[in-house]
Design a protein around this ligand. Structure first.
Ligand code: GLN
Ligand code: ZN
Length: 769
């Protein structure tokens, strides 16, 4: 029996990769030094895994920016605009720049790099139902027929690097069907691109085989979906056709059960199958019976996506009979790549020791596997009982049980879940109150988080400044932000979120039943990481969470200031959640806490409240057949948090990277007065969905992409708003960026927002003429 890992967090226990990336982008680190730091990171990651007992190490799970983007470059499929001249470009390209594949990678991911052109970055979107974003491949027949060859240099270099640690290495590669499924192809039929894609994959497989790679972990997480006939056929076609040479292939899927696709898999030339046994109940025994009896069976038995210590005893009991029958054919692994879990619990020196004993991060999860293996091999479970029994039992008995909160949830009735008046009535009441112009301009909430702001928060956390000094400094930031917004000429202002490190962590820290860590960072996209709170008990509000800042901001201006809250589903999705209560119940508890805050904000004189729900789409189960149930309770939770607002209070919500088509009825059901959404990277094409089902309330489709520092031009935004107006009548349109501005600098933010306000003004004139 062998224990292996599907992937390890790349970012580093101290977010080393993040800092290397940002230094390189700023020009403070040379390319050579950057690459050396990445190489060191890979070594450290392999060492951690090996020391924790992992036998077969993953290679190819590391990425500078994103593993899907890596696959694109590996296949030689960088979209053409990133390597040729564009009108935007200030530089002329030397041959050298064009060959700098590192910068090419960053141009695709973020629209710019130390060298080469500035151009619109590729779209990015959530990786299945996680909070990780991947760069969406842009495919076309023309691109696939290009003569740019596949390039396995990096992958093979990593394979060779790992040899200094062990010979027992496994290359990780995203499989062709998932790659194709996750791509966009304009108007072209994606499946028609498969043959050309397979030709490229074949070259990769041949090169890996020739290089002496023994095991290939081929990730096909789309198998968790309910694939239609055409995609099933594509799967069969792909794997009948691909010749693996000397390679042994471990077909790998995660985030959902794949019981429904065993017939599709079992006759193909794989050498093993990895099954996620955590995400959904799987009938592992019956799956094994249906598979060829020489396949490796890799069981994902440790949850790769939460932070709880595993109840190893019960896993051991389930595995024991399987180990007896499978012997060496049984491999053990985490359920999915550990990319989605924080790196190392040992760093958390400030956690309460009792609470800490309930937890396991990536390194500890590897150690859990090793404990399991030795128990199985030695037929002795003493060590694992010692490991998990006391802690797991204590966690279940000690989690906070707040009867009051539970009663509030259980006594909710239908009226608690909707606003009293219809949107039409509310719109009139709000306009009477707010008197906004046509095409009102606003932002999504956060303004640039300058070094000073971060310093202020850090000092306060380290108790180097007291509460009074801290309040004063944050108030100074708010004053500055309000002044700047007034100068720019925005219509609905925000306080700027200077007090927030992260939109979920901020609330997590103020809620009862939620714990937070110092270093439990998880990569979100590129160099961006989040530190999800840990929901361990019943949730309630200790005291008002945002009123102080919002009302201070409102006191400085005659323009309306939008209060800014994070919605219940987003808090749920971006936290590590207790596993002893349904997610639906947890969401309702959070919604009640947010509702209490809404009531307090209104009492303090705030007229507009935004409840952000960027995570609704990604919280969807992988299988379509389970979507509706989820969407029903997710929208109900949002509505519960907003329902107490009277007609004249305007409720906004914000989402990013939502693929509307799937969830349109749910978006409508949120019944927000104004919904702001991400659309600019996709050129408003997301709004096509609204042609099929009309969106009845106000909408603010993002008119520029905040994920790159490029300043959008007035005409470009005028044009986009024009496009939006084909889908939504101008009386119901708002003008705003596509997300919060906290990752941006003030220079570009000011220029971009001035242009945006000018675009709105120009259009107002046209419409009113
Ligand atoms: N109000 C948040 C902000 O502006 C929204 C962020 C988000 O949608 N992810 O930062
Ligand atoms: Zn957003």
């Amino acid at each position: 029996m062998q224990i292996h890992n599907l992937g390890f967090p790349r970012i580093g226990a101290k977010r080393e990769l993040k800092f290397s990336l940002e230094k390189y982008w700023r020009g403070d680190l040379s390319k050579t030094d950057f690459l050396t730091e990445c190489k060191d990171r890979r070594q450290v990651n392999w060492q951690i895994q090996q020391q924790a007992g992992i036998e077969l190490l993953p290679v190819g799970d590391f990425a500078h920016y994103d593993h899907v983007l890596n696959t694109t470059l590996l296949l030689g499929l960088a979209p053409e605009r990133f390597s040729t001249h564009t009108s935007n470009s200030k530089h002329t390209h030397s041959k050298n720049e064009q060959r700098n594949t590192l910068d090419l990678e960053f141009r695709i991911g973020r629209g710019q790099a130390p060298s080469g052109c500035q151009c619109a970055a590729s779209d990015m979107t959530k990786w299945f139902n996680t909070n990780y974003h991947y760069i969406v491949p842009e495919l076309s027949a023309a691109l696939l027929s290009h003569d740019t060859p596949v390039n396995t240099d990096n992958l093979l270099a990593h394979f060779n690097e790992a040899q200094t640690i062990t010979d027992n290495r496994k290359v990780v590669l995203l499989g062709p069907i998932t790659y194709l499924y996750l791509s966009v192809s304009g108007n072209e039929d994606k499946l028609a691109l498969l043959p050309a894609l397979l030709t490229r994959y074949q070259t990769v497989l041949t090169q890996l085989s020739d290089a002496g790679v023994q095991w290939l972990q081929l990730d096909e997480p789309v198998l968790g979906l309910e694939l239609d006939h055409q995609w099933q056929q594509a799967f069969t076609q792909a794997y009948q056709q691909l010749k693996k040479g000397q390679l042994k292939v471990l077909l790998t899927s995660y985030f959902a059960s794949i019981d429904h696709h065993i017939a599709l898999i079992k006759d193909l030339a794989f050498d093993g199958l990895h099954i996620d046994t955590i995400a959904e109940q799987s009938d592992v025994v019956s799956i094994i019976e249906r598979l060829p009896n020489d396949w490796i069976i890799s069981l994902g038995v440790i949850n790769g996506r939460n932070v709880w210590k595993t109840d190893l005893v019960s896993v051991y009991q389930k595995l024991q009979p399987l180990y007896k029958t499978l012997g060496a054919r049984l491999w053990l692994a985490p359920s999915c790549s550990l990319l989605h879990s924080p790196v190392d619990l040992d760093q958390e020196s400030k956690l309460d020791s009792e609470f800490k004993s309930w937890l396991a991060f990536a390194k500890q999860k590897c150690q859990e596997l090793s404990l399991l293996k030795s128990a199985l091999v030695n037929d002795n479970s003493d060590e694992i009982s010692q490991y998990s029994n006391p802690a797991v039992a204590r966690r279940v008995s000690k989690r906070i049980n707040n009867i009051k909160v539970q009663q509030r949830v259980s006594t909710l009735t239908a009226v608690d879940f909707s606003r009293k008046e219809s949107f039409e009535v509310r719109k009139v009441a709000q306009q009477a109150e707010l008197n906004l112009p046509l095409l009102p301009t606003t932002t999504i909430g956060s303004f640039p988080q300058t070094g000073d702001i971060r310093e202020t928060r850090a000092k306060w956390r380290r108790s180097e400044i007291n509460d009074e000094q801290y309040t004063k400094l944050i108030q100074d930031e708010i004053r500055d932000t309000i002044k700047r917004q007034e100068e720019i000429g925005l219509d609905v202002l925000v306080h700027g979120e200077a007090e927030r490190n992260d939109m979920v962590e901020y609330f997590g820290e103020l809620l009862e039943g939620v714990a937070f860590t110092q270093f439990a960072w998880v990569q979100s996209y590129g160099s961006r990481c989040v530190k999800p709170p840990i929901i361990f008990g019943d949730i309630s509000r200790k005291k008002p969470m945002t009123v102080e800042w919002a009302s201070f901001a409102q006191s400085l201006t005659d323009k309306p200031v939008k209060g800014m809250l994070t919605g219940p589903i987003t808090i749920l999705c971006w936290s590590f959640v207790r596993d002893d209560l349904s997610r639906e119940q947890v969401a309702k508890q959070i919604a009640l806490a947010i509702s209490d805050e809404v009531v307090d904000l209104i009492a303090s004189g705030i007229q507009i409240i935004q409840i952000d729900e960027p995570a609704i789409r990604e919280g969807m189960p992988v299988k379509q057949s389970q979507w509706q149930t989820y969407l029903d309770w997710a929208t109900a939770s949002f509505c519960l948090s907003a329902a107490k607002a009277p007609a004249a209070t305007q409720i906004h919500s914000h989402m990013c990277y939502s693929e509307f088509n799937d969830i349109l009825p749910a978006i409508v059901a949120l019944d927000a007065d104004v919904l702001t959404v991400e659309t600019s990277r996709s050129n408003m094409s997301l709004l096509d969905a609204f042609d099929k089902q009309a969106y009845p309330n106000d909408l603010g489709p993002g008119v520029y992409d905040i994920h790159t520092p490029n300043v959008p031009e007035v005409d470009w935004m005028v044009n986009l708003i024009g496009k939006a107006q084909k889908h939504i009548p101008v009386e119901r349109l708002w003008v705003n960026p596509d997300c919060g501005l906290k990752t941006r600098g003030w220079t570009e933010t000011k220029l971009a927002l001035e242009n945006m306000v000018n675009a709105a003004k120009q259009l107002r004139k046209e419409y009113q003429a």
